[in-house]
Design a protein around this ligand. Structure first.
Ligand code: 3AM
Length: 197
């Protein structure tokens, strides 16, 4: 038992660039999010890891490109920071600010409704961040409690720009022609097939 524990602790942790990968904090259909440590300054980061084969198979390359482009354009205290993007033969690594407090969704689901004062503070932070994004021509288009993370100081951070749009994508008819929103939150009159799911 002791020997097995010791062997496990001695086992070299996987490195990606200057980051040492830690435990998985979340797993989606196409991406895994792992906590990691920047070995140069000991800061923690969150690394979103995507399998290139799955990305291509599901025609997600454009969506990932958009997510990276838009996140590079925005630097705001209430938006999850993108630090860098790396690639290997088989994977894409998106290095993000690590936001420790989890999703606002989970907090409300477990503890119930927020106090008015607290809700007001989050709302102000959200509106500040959205206003900033719009001023940079970035439209998130999938704002929901699952995409609002809280840091240890209780500050709100908008995450997941995978369905976002940039102002320069507007077509001649003045409209965007890209998929947006989460199926469960789409208005009933919208044809899901039409929006591309
Ligand atoms: O799997 P759950 O829903 O618990 O909150 C995100 C989600 O958690 C978390 O990773 C999971 C898959 O997206 N997540 C995403 N970005 C994060 C970040 N920058 C993050 N957790 C912390 N910091």
């Amino acid at each position: 038992m002791y020997r097995a524990k010791r062997a496990a602790s001695l086992k070299a942790k996987r490195r990606v660039g200057k980051y040492e990968l830690g435990r998985t904090i979340g797993e989606g259909t196409f991406a895994k999010v792992r906590i990691a440590k920047n070995m140069e300054n000991w800061d923690h980061v969150a690394i979103k890891i995507l399998d290139k084969a799955k990305v291509h198979k599901n025609k997600l390359a454009e969506q990932i490109r958009r997510e990276i482009c838009t996140m590079k354009l925005v630097q705001h205290p209430n938006v999850v920071r993108l630090y860098e993007v790396m690639g290997s033969k088989t994977r894409i690594y998106i290095v993000l600010e690590f936001v420790m407090g989890g999703e606002l969704h989970d907090i409300i689901a477990t503890s119930g409704r927020l106090k008015e004062e607290e809700a007001r503070r989050y709302f102000q932070q959200l509106i500040n961040a959205v206003d900033y994004c719009h001023s940079r021509g970035v439209y998130h288009r999938d704002l929901k409690l699952e995409n609002l993370l809280l840091d240890v100081a209780g500050n709100l951070k908008i995450s997941d720009f995978g369905l976002s749009a940039l102002l320069d994508q507007v077509k001649n008819d003045g409209l965007l022609h890209t998929t947006c929103g989460t199926p469960n939150y789409v208005a009933p009159e919208i044809d899901i097939q039409y929006v591309g799911y």
